[in-house]
Design a protein around this ligand. Structure first.
Ligand SMILES: C=CC1=C(C)c2cc3[nH]c(cc4nc(cc5[nH]c(cc1n2)c(C)c5CCC(=O)O)C(CCC(=O)O)=C4C)c(C)c3C=C
Ligand SMILES: [Fe+2]
Ligand SMILES: [Fe+2]
Length: 344
C-alpha cells in the first residue's frame, strides 16, 4: 500500500533557551549543515555556537511563537491535514530535526499498512543542508526500522509549472493596489562551498555571473541556479520588467563566504538607489517560519526603514493555501495512480 511523508526542517519544542539549545545542537551537528570534520564541528557547535546562540535565537522565536506552537510546525500540520482530506493515500508529516521526527512519520505510515512511501522534501530548491539531509536521514531510518518499505523521492520543484503558477498567483494577489519600486526575492543562503561540493561535474559551478545561466547537468544540484531560475520563471509569468526585481540570500551564519548578495545589505542599499517602496518574497520556504516572520517581516522592515526606506511588505509563503494544497494533492494522486498502473 502507498503513502506519503511530507518533510520540513522542524522547530524547537518551545521558544525557551533550553529547548532551542537542544534543537540547535541536533541541527548544527548535522554533517551536511556544518560540513567540517567531526572534531571541528563539535568544537564549533558545542564549544562556541551553543554558548551564545540559543539565548539570541530563543528571543527571536519568542517574537513569532503562536499560542498553538511554532508557526512552521502548525502551518505544516494544517497543510498536511488539508492534503490528507483530498489525497487517495495516507499522508504523514515528519521533521528533519526536533520531536516530530522522520522516524515517527514513517512509523505512522507503517501502522496504516504503508510499504511504498513517496518522500516529499518540502524545499523547492536542492541543497545538501536541506533536501539532501532529509533524503539521507529518511533512507537511514527506513533501513534501520522499516527494511521492507520502498521509498520514492520527489525531486526539487523549483521550476515545476504548478509551483511557479501558485507562487506567481500568490504574488499577484498580494501586489494588487500596492505601489512598489522593487520586488526582492530573498532565498535562504548557504555557504558558497556547498555549491562546489554538490557540483557533480566538479568544474561547472564558479559562482560567477554566468555559470548559473549556462546549461549544465550541475544544475540538478545547484541551489544558486535553482533559486535564480524560480525568480526568472515567476518574473516571466508576471511580466515583471527587468530591473524591477532582484535576488538575494538571507540567514547567513559564521564567517565563511555565503551566496551573495546578502539580503540585509540589499535592505541598506535600496533606499540609497531610490527604491523606497519594497516588496519581499521568500520562495525558498513553503511555510512561514522564524526566517520569514522574524528575520524578514520584522527585522527586515526595521533595517530597510532605518536606511531610509518608506513602504515595506513581506508576502507570506504558500502555507496552507488551497491552491498549493491542490497542487500537492495532484502530484500525490498522480504518483499513486501511476505506480498502481505500473505494478498492476
Ligand atoms: C530553505 C531551506 C533551508 C536551507 C538551505 C537552510 C540552510 C542552513 N540553515 C542554517 C542555519 C539555521 N537555519 C535556521 C532556521 C531555519 N532554516 C530553514 C531552512 C533552511 N536552512 C528554516 C525553515 C528555518 C526556520 C526554522 C523554524 O523553526 O522556524 C536556524 C535556527 C534559527 C537561528 O538560530 O537562526 C539556523 C541556526 C545553516 C547553517 C544552513 C546551511 C549551511
Ligand atoms: Fe536555515
Ligand atoms: Fe550554478
Amino acid at each position: 500500500m502507498k503513502g506519503v511523508l511530507l518533510i520540513n526542517l522542524g522547530s524547537p519544542d518551545s521558544p525557551n533557551p533550553k529547548d532551542v539549545k537542544k534543537y540547535l545542537g541536533e541541527f548544527l551537528m548535522d554533517e551536511r549543515v556544518i560540513d567540517v570534520p567531526k572534531w571541528l564541528r563539535t568544537f564549533l557547535v558545542k564549544g562556541i555556537i551553543l554558548n551564545t546562540r540559543p539565548k539570541k535565537s530563543a528571543k527571536a522565536y519568542q517574537k513569532i511563537w503562536w499560542d498553538e506552537g511554532s508557526p512552521l510546525i502548525i502551518i505544516s500540520e494544517r497543510f498536511q491535514k488539508k492534503v490528507q482530506e483530498r489525497a487517495k493515500v495516507p499522508v504523514a508529516l515528519g521533521m528533519r530535526y526536533g520531536s516530530m521526527s522522520i522516524q515517527k512519520g514513517l512509523q505512522e505510515l507503517h501502522d496504516q499498512g504503508v510499504d511504498e512511501v513517496l518522500v516529499v522534501p518540502l524545499y523547492p530548491h536542492y541543497a545538501m543542508s536541506s533536501t539532501e539531509t532529509v533524503i539521507e536521514k529518511t533512507k537511514e531510518e527506513q533501513q534501520k526500522h522499516f527494511p521492507n518499505m520502498e521509498l520514492t523521492i520527489v525531486p526539487s520543484f523549483y521550476n515545476h509549472p504548478d509551483y511557479i503558477r501558485v507562487l506567481s498567483e500568490k504574488i499577484k494577489e498580494n501586489l494588487e493596489g500596492v505601489d512598489y519600486d522593487h520586488i526582492l526575492f530573498s532565498y535562504h543562503g548557504i555557504p558558497e562551498r556547498h555549491i562546489r561540493k554538490t557540483d557533480p561535474t566538479k568544474s561547472h559551478c564558479k559562482i560567477d555571473g554566468s555559470c548559473c545561466n549556462t546549461p549544465s547537468k550541475a544544475h540538478e544540484f545547484c541551489y544558486r541556479h535553482q533559486c535564480f531560475e524560480t525568480t526568472k520563471l515567476v518574473a516571466e509569468y508576471l511580466n515583471l520588467p527587468e530591473g524591477k526585481y532582484s535576488d538575494s540570500f538571507q540567514s547567513r551564519l559564521g564567517g565563511d563566504p555565503w551566496l551573495k548578495p546578502y539580503t540585509d545589505k540589499e535592505f541598506e542599499r535600496f533606499p540609497e538607489e531610490g527604491k523606497k517602496n519594497l516588496v519581499v518574497i521568500t520562495p525558498a520556504f513553503v511555510a512561514d517560519c522564524l526566517e520569514t516572520l522574524e528575520e524578514i517581516a520584522m527585522e527586515g522592515e526595521e533595517e530597510f526603514k532605518e536606511a531610509g526606506g518608506e513602504e515595506y511588505k513581506h508576502i507570506p509563503c504558500l502555507n496552507d493555501d488551497d491552491a498549493w494544497v491542490k497542487v500537492m494533492t495532484r502530484w500525490i494522486n498522480e504518483w499513486s495512480v501511476a505506480k498502481a498502473e505500473v505494478t498492476a
